[in-house]
Design a protein around this ligand. Structure first.
Ligand code: NDP
Length: 339
């Protein structure tokens, strides 16, 4: 299959790209600059330009941003949309988070309708942010599934940066489902809703200071920043980036994934468990890691929500990597960047 992958320079996208190429798909990936595109190509020196190429889309929020990128010879059959801001260095929630997430998604879908009629499947990286109800807190009696939607409003979205991020994912995913309902396009969509994505870094990373958001807790621990207090969890659910990436690819390969929302979650975890795993697997960090006596990082008193990942297992058939394997491989990859 010929695939357009948006945001190829990102943490998750780099794994999606890797799996696409390994499974014999040919890929054009969008990046924001020529340099970023060249770095991706350099990571695959044996691939021809027919197998792997890039297109530049500087800002997905711009009108018509994808108008050219969706056109290819041979034409695309599938699109995987991962590009969306996921960081908290934000001054203007609307401009920095909501616009790129929402307009990036709807603009891409419009460009496919207009300029890429050969596309049959579109997979969109949404988030547990669009599922979770942050106003319910730890909600121990609840089991989250694809049935749940974050009820956040436009007003709440601009109250804080974390709200802004969660709203950006919620509104963008809703906009995608609304688009399909109203426009009845020639393609089906599938949305992937992962919680905290952890795993090895395979994208080009010049410094640990620029590490993607969801791996930062592990970096901070091995840099001694959690020694006196383990930080609280943002979410208590996680998935390995490699399993998530495989789900994206399976969703373009398997017809039964069409028009489904997937809660791609391996299970629950807390930051204290992460610290213990690193301590066991990497004795060299003993002096900088929190100990069993260090406060913080536990589940809330009374427990936490549960998760239902049966739809992913039934429709896509993935098996989940363990958090031990995930943390081990993540630390190893951070060491390669200089940790
Ligand atoms: P990264 O920050 O590594 O990747 C984000 C990608 O989006 C980068 O390639 C970035 O390009 C691109 N991007 C962001 N804003 C723009 C813009 N305005 N115009 C063009 N490109 C843009 O994060 P992840 O890999 O973690 O995130 C990928 C996707 O997964 C996002 O949709 C995110 O919301 C979602 N997600 C991630 C989770 C996680 O825990 N990691 C959890 C749930 C969902 P550049 O680097 O050049 O700025």
């Amino acid at each position: 299959t010929r695939v357009l992958l948006t945001g190829g320079s990102g943490f998750i996208a780099a794994h999606v790209l890797d799996i696409l190429l390994k499974r014999g798909h040919s890929v054009v990936t969008t990046v924001r600059s020529y340099e970023k595109g060249e770095k991706i190509k350099a990571a695959y020196p044996d691939m021809s330009s027919d197998q792997l190429d890039f297109a530049i889309v500087e800002d997905i929020a711009r009108e018509g941003a994808f108008a050219k990128a969706v056109v290819s010879d041979p034409p695309f059959q599938a699109v995987i949309h991962t590009a969306s801001p996921f960081h908290f260095q934000v001054t203007d929630v609307k401009k920095d988070l909501l616009d790129p997430a929402i307009k990036g998604t709807t603009g891409l879908l419009q460009s496919i309708v207009k300029n890429a009629p050969s596309v049959k499947r579109v997979v969109i990286t949404s988030s547990f942010s669009s599922i979770v109800n942050p106003y319910k807190g730890s909600w121990p009696e609840h089991t989250y599934s694809e049935e749940d939607w974050n009820p956040i409003t436009r007003e709440q979205a601009i109250e804080s940066v974390p709200n802004g991020y969660r709203a950006s994912k919620t509104f963008a995913e809703r906009a995608a489902w609304d688009f399909v309902e109203q426009e009845k396009p020639n393609f089906t969509i599938a949305t992937m809703c992962p919680p905290q994505v952890i795993g090895p870094v395979v994208h080009h990373l010049n410094s640990l200071d620029n590490l993607n958001t969801s791996n930062q807790i592990i970096r901070d621990m091995i840099q001694g920043k959690a020694k006196d207090k383990i930080p609280p969890n943002g979410t208590f659910t996680w998935v390995d980036v490699r399993d998530l990436a495989l789900c994206h690819v399976l969703a373009i390969e398997k017809a039964e994934a069409s028009n489904k929302r997937f809660f791609v979650v391996a299970g629950c975890f807390n930051n204290r468990e992460i610290a213990e795993i690193v301590r066991k697997q990497y004795p060299e960090y003993k002096g900088v890691l929190p100990t069993a006596e260090t406060p913080g990082g536990d589940y809330p008193d009374g427990g936490v929500y549960k998760v239902d990942n049966s739809r992913v297992q039934d429709a896509l058939g993935v098996e989940w990597r363990s958090i031990e394997d995930c943390v081990r491989d993540t630390v190893k990859s951070l060491q390669a960047v200089g940790a």
